[in-house]
Design a protein around this ligand. Structure first.
Ligand code: SAH
Length: 317
């Protein structure tokens, strides 16, 4: 029965017990009485005017609000999901940080975000990224359980390499993740080329330093078929100088990794986006470096609806 339920919900995306026709009526009546199939209510769907992204505002059963973004780019359909209501890490450039942490999401609430998008959008989901609200490694068990459902052939059947967990750098949890040999992709938000700057913009750096993150990233990349991704949000006059680019290249030169440069998406904070010319100059320095890393600029989607990286914060709740 468990397997039947699992397949109805996660493989077929059925959100009503009534439709689970191969399950006996008595059992269906029992679960209808005792279980909840939808943990989230859709409060609002906001389509972007400049691309095919949509942002969904969900209300939880205890009147909290979270956001999910569906981004379509050609054949690629990436869903950016939330792992917590708010976030407790207080990264200075991130809008979610401003909300503080309310609570962790359950595995069901994480999965239901994807389930909704699967049913709402016609295009097949190709990628899932834990880059919405929250710090996934502060909600480790639920994030892993939800990822297992995304990956399972009886569930969403997504390849492990298409599920990315992005962390601020919670060292013990990253080590745990490596030791447990999960095949999901690991992304670490570096965001600075030295500890002085990183500690200013990401208070967590007082606990675990850049060097620790580079070491652990290297360890992850040594595993078969896995390569760590480092994320670097470019903030004007904070971490975007030529010197920063050289320092960053130096840090990463021996790590087999992907570097994702993210032009800052403006929020209500006091930071500014680096001018395009300087974004290109910064990435060119890294491109030209003979290191083991690959460089990519990530232009966020859906900025007109505040759906870009770091712009998720519930304003209209
Ligand atoms: N807590 C996790 C995941 C959420 S943020 C983490 O920190 O990795 C996902 C990515 O968006 C992170 O790399 C983060 O540094 C970046 N980000 C946060 N605010 C941003 C902003 N305003 N503009 C661009 N990227 C931002």
């Amino acid at each position: 029965r468990g397997k039947q339920l699992y397949e109805w919900m996660y493989r077929h995306g059925i959100v009503s017990f009534e439709k689970m026709t191969n399950i006996s009526k008595t059992f269906r009546d029992y679960i209808k009485e005792n279980c909840i199939i939808c943990t989230l209510h859709v409060e609002k769907i906001i389509p972007s005017n400049i691309d095919e992204s949509i942002k969904i505002l969900f209300r939880t059963h205890d009147e909290n609000f979270i956001e999910t973004v569906s981004m379509i780019d050609g054949d690629r359909h990436t869903v950016c999901i939330s792992s917590q209501v708010g976030c407790g890490l207080d990264c200075k450039f991130c809008e979610t940080g401003r909300m503080g942490l309310k609570r962790n999401l359950s595995a069901g609430e994480i999965v239901d975000q994807l389930l909704f998008v699967k049913n709402y959008q016609t295009q097949l989901i190709t990628n899932v990224v834990f880059m919405g609200m929250g710090e996934p490694f502060h909600n480790y068990e639920n994030v892993i359980n939800a990822s297992n459902i995304f990956h399972s052939p009886f569930g969403f059947n997504l390849a492990a390499s298409r599920i990315t967990i992005s962390t601020v750098g919670i060292l013990p949890q990253i080590k745990k993740f490596i030791n447990e040999k999960h095949k999901y992709k690991l992304a670490i938000s570096l965001n600075a080329s030295n500890d002085l700057v990183r500690s200013k913009i990401m208070p967590i750096n007082k606990k675990w330093k850049i060097e620790d993150l580079i070491m652990v990233g290297k360890e992850y990349s040594k595993l078969k078929k896995r390569q760590v991704m480092f994320e670097y949000v470019l903030l004007k006059d904070i971490n975007d100088s030529e010197d920063d680019a050289h320092q960053l290249a130096n840090l990463l030169k021996d790590v087999s990794c992907k570097l994702n440069i993210i032009p800052y998406n403006e929020t209500e904070g006091c930071f500014q986006r680096t001018e395009e010319e300087n974004i290109m100059r910064f990435s060119k320095i890294l491109h030209n470096y003979r290191g083991k890393f690959r460089v990519l600029i990530r232009w966020s989607k859906g900025q007109d609806i505040n759906a870009g990286c770091g712009q998720l914060a519930v304003q209209n709740a």
